[in-house]
Design a protein around this ligand. Sequence first.
Ligand code: S3P
Length: 176
Amino acid sequence: MKPSRNIVLIGFMGTGKTSTGRLLAGRLGRAFVDIDRKIEQENNMTVAEIFARHGEPHFRQKERDVIARVSRAGNAVIATGGGVVLNAENMERLRSNGIIVSLTASVDAVLDRTGRRNTRPLLNRPDRNEFVAGLMAQRAELYQNADFVIDTTNSSPRQTVEKIIAYLRQEGYING
Ligand code: S3P
């Protein structure tokens, strides 16, 4: 049987890509791939360590490498890091074999969700609030460029999964 297209979650940090992706993969009986975790495993370092030791361009190179590999195989649910949209080639690759689902959330929701843990190197700064608002505005258009966009501000990952499944059914990507 021909492998089905990947379901690719894009969105800003804290929009729920990882938790939603894991649940969605479970519901669909598909493999779950989290790009950031894969980079961490392959490099034996956390994303924060890669940024600190080697800098952001090095991380972006690792990200491009992993995206190129995982986009080729099908049948998976893929949760990306918030910055994959910055590179047009990443998006072309993901799109060529995938359905792009974009998760959005308000600035306040993102600040609240990302404030609980200190694992995101980009947000580790004193002007965090202004920085998040600015970066979200700067990237907003890129996150709108998707097959399906869902605002997760007032939804749990479980509720978001239901919306994604309804969309996939409606479009005939999944049966049942
Ligand atoms: C980034 C988002 C992070 C991670 C890295 C850079 C970004 O992923 O890839 O810290 O540029 O938005 P999450 O969106 O999973 O936090």
